[in-house]
Write a protein that binds this ligand. Structure first.
Ligand SMILES: Cc1cc2nc3c(=O)[nH]c(=O)nc-3n(C[C@H](O)[C@H](O)[C@H](O)COP(=O)(O)OP(=O)(O)OC[C@H]3O[C@@H](n4cnc5c(N)ncnc54)[C@H](O)[C@@H]3O)c2cc1C
Length: 683
């Protein structure tokens, strides 16, 4: 085959996948144009994802089939849910597998035209324009590269006054608490309300990040009490269901916890016959089924399920957000912010909210506003010439689905076979790999049996969703995850691409689905085997000793608990020593001893919870180790401490920590048992 050339625009995850698959599956030479200085896209620390954010997907989903997390030196094994800085390292490691000469950094693609059979790519670097020609073009410029403006009325005196003391900033610009909460040495517990607008993942992620940073500023070793009064109000259009990262395994015979994807991406949850990717507009019935499904994952049952709910439920995946809502440090209000006015007190804003139930709500005393109302994906395609956009059925006003991409698993429009747009509908990395395999097969004329009728039906569906997105009256038809049938898409693609499965069970119809489960012709297996081995090891660990129970108990502990005699408050802070993943300052009040303070730590490598004294009374600095808290398979434990022997039982409701019971064994005296629950109105 004659050597062909490929231009890849963007060196985020999608651009890197494109390059790696071209390396593995084609003889083509390629150039990666990247406007920043490095690979990584949104995960680069200078970009939009805060390095401290935790991924919403576990490491077995946020992985490439040809690069195991084990290759990345984090100074420790990768946690089940890595932080963004770890993903950045992972992507940098992956990017090194591509020869340096393939990259053109600090090079922004400004215009792309079709000239004859070639793609004419114009770019600028250091102000110098350059034009080059390629046989094929891959657009990997990212679905979430262009933040949306805040769309609500803002009182002119706020809008036009750059010195107005209430900061209003986009979530992607947020880095440190000082940007929104000035330190005040004089006062204690100053009440500050941060308004986060936007009811999907970026709103949830930023709200929980701020909540954790505020807690750290208050309870870190040099904690300042003036940060104690930070409250976060999160307003979003939809009913938002926070879902924890670790959930109960309803197939287990005892209380057992595993990563959320072991439920969501478990093949046996679907019929034992070959799957085909399914898609449909949202409907009331579908919405209710989804609500029931999610409630069961969270609560172990339907709980207070609202069967009159009409809008599709939005879920927010991730432990931090889930726990912050559970313990009340994030208050969630379903509705739309319609206006921001000067507040009743100086240096504050009042927000008007149209509640989802139609009521008008005023939120007073707001001291900072974070806009997390999403991104305009159309913005990432502006450099394409108009005739190309027309063939993609491009709709510049459509911020979520600007083009019709119904071939090659939602990466190509059949009218322009030499163009691919990777990751331009929201899909995870495993699907982007499938997209690129399909594209490589087409471009090398390998046999590839994509079902033509299915492609046509998907095109019709995409046009339907585009129309619904344009029409506010049709909001109910739009699912949160536009194309959410991950299992169906992966399995259909694997079948049509003639891929081999690395089974993690003895059947193709059971087990966990992730990118490493599927290997295409011409691809090497080694890395995928490493990842699948890690999945298997975690499964065996869970089966043998149920270690994630300790994690769920620990994360669930965050916030306030009360019993007949004692109150406990667990305040999260950044771990103050290496080797620990999570840390709380635990304040115990009540009883004869007054108030005492401990430090509790969790380390994922050992799945261990430890308790530590503080350096001295009143200090927030960690002192000596008191004990390790064992939690057995049935969520019980016993520990001997200088203060006596304690027997405890952790009480789960579904995936949620419902409470815990502690019995202090009396030395000669009667046992004392305390049952801890969330204070009235919580949990
Ligand atoms: C706040 C936030 C949290 C997220 N959390 C998760 C998560 O937990 N898990 C998950 O899987 N996904 C998450 N995502 C989704 C994220 O979009 C994807 O993981 C992934 O980064 C998409 O990869 P990409 O390569 O398509 O795009 P990007 O990562 O956006 O990369 C696009 C690249 O193209 C470059 N580029 C753009 N235009 C040009 C041009 N004209 N010329 C040259 N270069 C250009 C950009 O500089 C960038 O490097 C999150 C997104 C956000 C915003």
């Amino acid at each position: 085959m004659a050597e062909k050339s490929v231009a890849i625009v963007g060196a985020g995850p999608a651009g890197l996948i494109a390059a790696r698959k071209l390396q593995a599956l084609t003889p083509f030479k390629f150039t990666i144009f990247e406007k920043s200085e490095r690979v990584g896209g949104l995960w680069d620390r200078e970009s939009f994802i805060h390095p401290e954010m935790m991924t919403n997907f576990c490491r077995f989903t946020a992985t490439f089939s040809d690069f195991a997390w084990e290759n990345v030196d984090l100074g420790r094994p990768a946690p089940v849910y890595p932080q963004a800085w770890m993903v950045e390292k992972y992507l940098k490691g992956y990017g090194k597998l591509i020869p340096d000469e393939c990259y053109e950094f600090q090079t922004c693609v400004t215009r792309v035209d079709r000239e004859g059979e070639m793609w004419k790519v114009c770019s600028t670097k250091d102000g110098v324009e350059k034009t080059r020609y390629f046989d094929f073009l891959i657009v990997a410029t990212g679905y979430l590269q262009h933040p949306k403006e805040l769309r609500c009325e803002i009182e002119p005196s706020i809008k036009t006054n750059p010195l107005f003391p209430v900061p209003i900033l986009h979530s992607t610009k947020y880095r440190t608490l000082e940007q929104i909460v000035p330190l005040d040495e004089r006062s204690h517990d100053i009440s500050r309300t941060i308004l986060v607008i936007g009811g999907s993942h970026s709103g949830a992620d930023i709200a929980s990040l701020i909540a954790h940073q505020a807690s750290d500023a208050r309870w870190g070793p040099n904690g300042n009490e003036s940060f104690g009064g930070v409250k976060i109000v999160h307003v979003g259009m939809n009913v938002l269901l926070p879902i924890p990262g670790m959930v109960w395994d309803k197939t287990a015979t005892h209380v057992s916890m595993h990563p959320l994807e072991f439920t969501l991406c478990e093949r046996s949850t679907r019929e034992p016959e070959p799957l085909t990717f399914s898609f449909a507009p949202a409907s009331i019935q579908e919405n209710q089924i989804l609500l029931f499904y999610y409630k069961e994952i969270i609560e172990g049952g339907a709980g207070d399920l609202d069967f009159t709910e009409k809008l599709p439920a939005n879920v927010a995946l991730g432990d931090r957000y889930y726990q912050c809502v559970q313990d009340g440090r994030i208050q969630l209000i379903p509705g739309a912010v319609t206006r921001l006015d000067k507040g009743k007190t100086p240096a504050t804003i009042t927000a008007r909210v149209k509640g989802k139930d139609g009521t008008d709500i005023a939120i007073d005393d707001i001291t900072a506003v974070i806009n997390a109302t999403g991104f305009n994906s159309a913005g990432s395609l502006t450099f394409l010439a108009d005739d190309i956009k027309a063939r993609l059925e491009f709709d510049p006003t459509n911020t979520r689905l600007p083009a019709v991409l119904n071939a090659s698993y939602m990466s190509q429009n059949p009218s322009i076979p030499s163009l691919a747009l990777l990751g331009f509908v929201p899909v995870n990395w495993g699907i982007i790999e499938m997209q690129m395999r399909a594209v490589a097969n087409r471009w090398t004329a390998r046999p590839f049996a994509e079902d033509a009728a299915h492609v046509a039906a998907l095109g019709t569906h995409m046009r339907h969703i585009q129309a619904a997105l344009r029409d506010p009256a049709r909001r109910d038809e739009i699912p949160q995850f536009l194309f959410g049938d991950y299992l169906g898409l992966m399995e259909q693609a694997a079948r049509e691409l003639d891929m081999e499965q690395i089974p993690n069970t003895n059947s193709a119809f059971t087990g966990f689905f992730c990118s490493a489960r599927f290997i295409g012709p011409g691809e090497t297996k080694r890395e995928a085997l490493t990842t699948m081995h890690a999945v298997q090891q975690l499964r065996e660990d869970i089966e043998r000793r149920n270690p994630l129970l300790a994690y769920v108990a620990f994360t669930g502990l965050m916030g306030r608990w009360t019993s007949a005699a004692y109150d406990v408050a667990a305040h999260p802070r950044r771990p103050t020593a290496p080797g620990f993943d999570l840390e709380y300052v635990v304040v115990i009040s009540g009883g004869a001893g007054g108030e005492s303070t401990l430090v509790a730590r969790y380390t994922e490598v050992a799945y261990a919870v430890t308790l530590w004294a503080t350096a001295h009374r009143g200090s927030l600095v960690t002192g000596p180790l008191i004990c390790t808290l064992p939690v057995d398979r049935d969520a019980n434990g016993e520990v001997a401490t200088p203060a006596g022997t304690f027997v405890y039982h952790v009480d789960f409701r579904g995936s949620r920590l419902g409470g815990f019971r502690v019995t202090r064994r009396g030395a000669g005296a009667a046992d004392e048992t305390y049952v801890f629950r969330r204070p009235e109105g919580r949990g």
